[in-house]
Design a protein around this ligand. Sequence first.
Ligand code: 13P
Length: 253
Amino acid sequence: MRSILIAGNWKMNLTVEEARRLALDVRQGLTNLPENIEVVVCPSFVHLSGVNFQLPSSINLGAQDVFWKSNGAYTGEISCEQLLDVGCSYVIVGHSERREYLKETDVMVSSKVLACLKHDLRPIVCVGENKEEREKKLTESKVTQQVELAFKDVKSGDIAKVDIAYEPIWAIGSGEAAEPSDAEAVVILIRQVLKGLFSEKEAEQVRILYGGSVNPQNIASFVLEKDIDGALVGGSSLKANEFVGIVKQVMKI
Ligand code: 13P
């Protein structure tokens, strides 16, 4: 039985003091998490240490990106070892904003996934189609390709150590979430692709989240879908009451 994962992606937001305050408020709002719900917050790199200091052991720390090399002359990059050192156990990999603005490719995503697995850092790998691809009915082919390329070099036995987030790009920050049944269909497709790469049993162990305009009002409709195992939350994770509200809605299910 897969657990539920609710992850907050704070993106490029907040001052040190605001991040500290948000972490504290999330901590105070989520004092008794059940075992089957995991919560992660992913602040900017500069806030990781400070936020880690505020979080209880029941709430996980994640980063928003990682580089695949361990150390050396890679100006501006951050390694798995460095993320583990500041208390991260998760990292978002291949977010559509990085793919778009930083030209991150599927090959780079694959290298990052392999580095994470080598170091026991849990990647949340993002996939999803943009508006134009959706209109041209290319969602299936786009997502299939992204999943195949991200995980083709992952060893059997390792795939259960990754989480995947299906984030249709047109739904991100738009206030227009996908229809839960449409998201469910893509999540089922993702699991089918995993079954082609790994064993059925292993593919069943991978948690697949939905992301894109998730809020306390719509979270239940996604998590009630049989194959959706949680959410990657952007805007609503920046307001403690909304992020806590999302987790509490899931606790009611
Ligand atoms: P929003 O929840 O703001 O739509 O962002 C989703 C997202 O990109 C999370 O990674």
